[in-house]
Design a protein around this ligand. Structure first.
Ligand code: S3P
Length: 447
């Protein structure tokens, strides 16, 4: 989607106080639409994230034959076509900024007799797709990619696709999910072996839709996931919990702004997603979890975050997948901790919506943080609660079309002496519509 750049200034303010609700989980929202589109009959989804990434998935599923409508009550109704029932799209599938839409849909189409072209924005067109085209190629799909195996690309699926057993070479829920989705319409059993656990929404939800999917965990923690193909999915009524990745922004803003006391309600607490909260607690953050319950097969809680001192930690590399999208805002928190925080094993951060290690290191340094960039991580020496200097004039941060970089620096502006500007906040609409208003509300400013 093309945007006019939205430059915005973020100045310290607050304390942050109040109770807020964040939009629905992005990963679960994408999957809700895709899996419902493969069930026979009408599924209903409430709490869906109505961000641009998920709307890209909705548009693509419509182009592939599903009927998808949003009621005035916010309920989404999806009439699925059945596994194997997707149709040839007439035009290219525009994935905008969304890696999840692209990679999961490529999986779906790999076992359909469909030729489709995927296009996306500049950020998405830089991201690697070989991790998807390699296993899907083994299943029989063929690809014509741009140089480097990137978008724009055209693929043709195969029916019947070849079921495979595949050991993930990178810890990626997107790769895992793409293979499982291709396996849905392949004869026999498709297996994914996952040495390091990643978010398990696909497994939980596919089982909920009635797929024959098993997960065996070996003694070394390796997960063996098997799905029986030519499945029949039954329509579901789904409730999407709030996105922990979005909750992390107001939580960190509260932790670094003196006097703050913020509650974020209805946050998904799936253990494959909550590394950020565990690591912040390990730094001494005043976080508590209230009203713990289960919503739509996922654990959910309200998070209470209060300002207080943070102490630097070494983040164990095996925690990385459970907070992979939260490192940018975690690095902001670390910039205000007492002592050193180090994180390694984060090569994947270089191939997200931007090179998040490089961009965080460069821009944190610009606002006065002491940060060292390593090949696979960052080392940050925090200010022990003191604000960052920022610079005079206040710097403008280039977010490079990365929503989480933009939101992380909006949060950092809370504790940067003269505030800062962000060159373009428009990408925030991909995952967190209403973010700027929510921050203003917590600061007690008119939104
Ligand atoms: C996602 C998986 C992660 C994450 C992304 C969403 C998903 O990507 O960064 O925002 O919904 O499966 P990887 O699979 O590339 O780690």
């Amino acid at each position: 989607m093309a945007h006019d750049a939205q430059k915005m200034v973020f100045e310290p303010g607050g304390p942050l106080r109040g109770t807020v609700t964040i939009p629905g989980d992005k990963s679960i929202s994408h999957r809700s639409l895709m899996f419902s589109a493969l069930a026979v009959g009408e599924s209903r989804v409430s709490g869906l994230l109505e961000g641009e990434d998920v709307l890209s998935t909705a548009a693509a599923m419509r182009a592939l034959g599903a009927q998808i409508e949003r009621g005035a009550d916010g309920m989404w109704r999806i009439h699925g076509v059945g596994v194997g029932g997707l149709i040839q799209p007439v035009t290219a599938l525009d994935m905008g900024n969304s890696g999840t839409s692209t990679r999961l849909l490529m999986g779906l189409l790999a076992s359909h007799r469909i030729t489709a072209t995927f296009i996306g924005d500049v950020s998405l067109s830089r991201r690697p797709m070989g991790r998807i085209t390699d296993p899907l190629g083994l299943m029989g799909a063929t690809f014509m990619t741009s140089p480097g195996g990137r978008l724009p690309l055209t693929m043709t699926g195969l029916v019947p696709a070849v079921p495979i057993e595949y050991r993930l070479p990178v810890a990626s829920a997107q790769v895992k999910s793409a293979i499982l989705l291709a396996g849905l319409n392949a004869p026999g059993i498709t297996r994914v072996i996952e040495p390091i656990p990643t978010r398990d929404h696909s497994e939980r939800m596919l089982r909920g839709f009635g797929a024959d999917l098993t997960v065996d965990v070996g003694n070394d923690g390796t997960r063996h996931i098997a799905i029986r193909g030519e499945a029949e999915l039954k329509p579901q009524t789904l409730v999407v919990p709030g996105d922990p990745s979005s909750a992390a922004f107001p939580v960190v803003a509260a932790l670094i702004t003196p006097g703050s006391d913020v509650t974020v309600t209805n946050v998904g607490m799936n253990p494959t997603r909550t590394g950020i909260f565990k690591m912040l607690q390990a730094m001494g953050a005043d976080l508590s979890f209230a009203n713990e319950r289960e919503v739509g097969g996922e654990p959910v809680a309200d998070i209470v975050a209060r300002y207080g001192p943070l102490t630097g930690i070494d983040v164990p590399p095996d925690v990385a997948p459970s907070m992979i999208d939260e490192f940018p805002v975690f690095f902001v928190a670390a910039s205000f901790a007492k002592g050193r925080t180090s994180a390694s094993g984060l090569d994947e951060l270089r191939v997200k919506e931007s090179d998040r290690l490089a961009l965080m290191a460069k821009n944190l340094a610009r606002i006065g943080a002491r940060v060292e960039e390593r090949a696979d991580g960052l080392i940050i020496d925090g200010t022990d609660g003191a604000p960052l200097d920022g610079g005079n004039p206040a710097p403008t941060i280039g977010a490079e079309l990365d929503h989480r970089i933009a939101m992380s620096f909006a949060v950092a502006g809370q504790a940067t002496k003269g505030g800062l500007a962000i060159d373009d906040m428009s990408p925030v609409a991909t995952s967190f519509p209403g973010f700027v208003d929510l921050l203003r509300t917590l600061k007690g400013e008119p939104s």
